[in-house]
Ligand binder design. Sequence first.
Ligand code: ARG
Length: 235
Amino acid sequence: ADGGDDDENNEIVAGTAPGFEPFEMVIDGELVGFDIDLLEAVIDETEYELAGWQEIEFDGLIPSLENENIDVIAAAMTITEEREETIAFSDPYYSADQTVLVQTGGDVQPAELADLEGHNVGAQSGTTGEGIVEDELIGEGLIDEGDYDSYDNYVLAIEELERGTLDAIVIDEPVAESFADDRDVEIAFTFETGEEYGFGVRQGEDDLQQALSEGITAVRESSQYDDITREWFDE
Ligand code: ARG
């Protein structure tokens, strides 16, 4: 899609990485969540048409965008300088910090990152949570590289936490809250990272990037953003 006048060229394919509730998950075989509803509402405000969704592992999203398998990423992806070296983002649409999740009532009850010393920690491959493990835990010598388990999907890490075969995971706060509601895991502590999610597009797709940002503004100014938030978060 190049954003030209031809309708066909306005068709875009979105990519996401489900297993990240309530932003994107598969329920009864159907892809649903905050990001799904939000992107669809945003695209409705633009001249673009959404041709469909592709489910891709999180660390495969940026390569898929670059390969043109997809045209936009809607995956609770944090806008980072590192990612902006290869892709571009819309304006932010959601803010989040990071948390450490542990087994409910388990032996490991850290109050801060330093308390994770010597423990087994997990995160999803390619996420900012993984970046924290690498920089703040391995980088600071608190845990060895071998103590870090990288998962393709956070759901797998949650299962290991519940089983007690993993001590802690680093994950975005809204997702941690959602897992804590329906799984046998609890938030040990939250730490501020000031992350903001944006929709990812290829560099140079300025029309699409701008249309998405304007669409976000329009959806925020109407009641749609609040409606979608109410639908997916208990507030
Ligand atoms: N916000 C974090 C990041 O950008 C985690 C996103 C994970 N998203 C997902 N759909 N699994 O790295």
